[in-house]
Design a protein around this ligand. Structure first.
Ligand SMILES: C[S@@+](CC[C@H](N)C(=O)[O-])C[C@H]1O[C@@H](n2cnc3c(N)ncnc32)[C@H](O)[C@@H]1O
Length: 439
């Protein structure tokens, strides 16, 4: 558990109060640097439905006459999290926060609360939703495609987060580190700074280290000078599935903040032409700084809408990467707030965008050109079912064997599609597909 102080708790309760009121606020850098704040904020949001369920059973929240104020709700959710989830002794929790007489009834009920008893007679989906802390929408959607135990394994994996044992990955920028000797100096330097690293089994320049070393890495000369980039393995897999070649004209149509763009440039030794477009001005600016920092000069960045590209009609690409905007249902580990935005409208909104982006991406591809379409989503609607709409224009290409099968649609796998699952690959949940445009 992270060490907290009165400032962490005060800030935490004020951010949780805003979340209770439905106002998701940007967490400033000061709070981001406070591990106790980040731990409690992320974990309380991650288990939001479960904690609120316990709150409803330990207060008169349903009684409109006795409506609790949002700051009291935030305080009670914090107490529930510490007491039920982290098993912190009650007297320790109460010594940290300001308790009033009217809180005593809630505290007494909390000490008698039994989760097992409270779940009795709940329908299965609701039970799963409360036990694993995911919206019923997500569970209903996934259970038609995943076996029950496999679904549970993935739900658990996307919740687990331990600063002391979890790892993050970083990639060596092969455009900046010229030879094996320089790589050895880098690795030796990390070792001298007590940063233990482990190489990845599939990618030679990908390494892992403990999350607690992240700050040291970010402050290191290697990171600041663009010799190391923090990337997840899924991004590297997507970029390498495209298999870009030197001299090619490549479109990265949803590019910012540019992680996969930079990997495409590295995989082609800065010798391809990559048009990297993104709709968001702020994210395009972030991408531009990243490209500059990593000495990447083979990328032309555009702040534009890829549905109606600003490229001349007669220019056709050798390959197109569409790393499309999506619900992020495979990335809930790193973004727990997103859990509670999973609903039909959000999914529908993303599906419409994805169909339009695919349509225009395929149109911009030359015959025989390569399309890679990916999303960090676990929903078939943002993966296999999107691809089905375009199969008359596409021929499947096999994916590497370490990408697992995608979902079966009408009892059949769709060739050219695959998935990364959190419980198998220890990455975000990703849909990946690769096709050739028919001649
Ligand atoms: C999943 S993110 C891309 C991540 C990026 N490929 C990377 O590896 O860093 C999706 C991106 O699509 C962008 N986007 C959404 N709608 C778009 C559109 N119509 N045209 C271009 N970009 C769009 C979003 O701004 C967002 O940056």
């Amino acid at each position: 558990m992270n060490k907290k102080n009165s400032v962490s708790i005060h800030n935490l309760l004020s951010f949780l109060t805003k979340f209770v009121e439905g106002r998701i606020s940007y967490i400033d850098n000061e709070n981001r640097k406070d591990p106790a704040f980040m731990h409690y904020y992320n974990e309380i949001v991650r288990y939001w439905n479960r904690l609120n369920f316990i709150l409803s059973r330990t207060t008169n929240l349903n009684n409109k006459d006795k409506k609790l104020k949002s700051d009291t709700i935030a305080k009670y959710l914090y107490i529930i999290f510490c007491y039920i989830e982290e098993k912190t002794p009650l007297d320790k929790i109460l010594s940290e926060i300001n308790i009033k007489n009217q809180d005593l009834r809630f505290i007494k009920k909390l000490t008698r609360f039994s989760f097992k008893r409270a779940l009795e007679r709940k329908p299965t989906i609701e039970k799963l939703s409360l036990i694993y802390a995911y919206p019923t929408f997500l569970i209903r959607h996934l259970e038609s495609y995943m076996q029950k135990d496999f679904l549970k394994e993935n739900l658990v994996q996307m919740n687990s987060y331990d600063m002391n044992t979890d790892m993050f990955s970083f990639f060596i920028n092969n455009l900046a580190i010229k030879n094996g000797e320089e790589l050895n100096i880098l690795l030796r330097d990390l070792k001298d700074s007590k940063i233990e690293v482990v190489p990845d089994n599939d990618f030679s320049l990908l390494y892992y280290t403990l999350l607690k070393n992240k700050k040291k890495i970010i402050l290191s000369h290697w990171y600041r000078t663009g010799k190391i980039i923090i990337v997840d393995k899924a991004s590297l897999i997507v970029a390498s599935v495209l298999a870009p070649k030197e001299g090619e004209l490549i479109s990265d149509s949803c590019a910012a903040p540019g992680i996969k763009t930079t990997l495409l440039a590295q995989l082609t030794n800065n010798r391809s032409k990559i048009i990297a477009s993104d709709f968001s001005y702020k994210r395009t600016k972030e991408m531009n700084s990243l490209l500059k920092k990593l000495s990447i000069y083979s990328v032309f960045s555009l702040n534009s809408d890829s549905i109606t590209p600003v490229i001349r009609d007669d220019i056709k690409f050798d390959s197109v990467l569409i790393d499309a905007p999506c619900t992020g249902s495979g990335a809930l580990f790193s973004n727990p707030e997103l859990k509670w935005r999973q609903n039909f409208n959000f999914l529908k909104q993303n599906m419409i965008l994805q169909t339009k982006l695919l349509n225009s991406g395929i149109n911009n591809l030359k015959p025989g050109g390569i399309l890679v379409y990916s999303t960090c989503s676990l929903y078939a609607e943002e993966g296999e079912l999107q691809i089905l709409k375009f199969l008359d224009k596409l021929e499947p290409i096999n994916l590497p064997e370490w990408v697992s099968n995608g979902y079966k649609i009408n009892d059949q796998y769709i060739e050219g599609t695959g998935r990364l699952y959190p419980s198998i690959h220890s990455t975000k949940g990703f849909f990946i597909s690769k096709f050739k445009k028919k001649e």
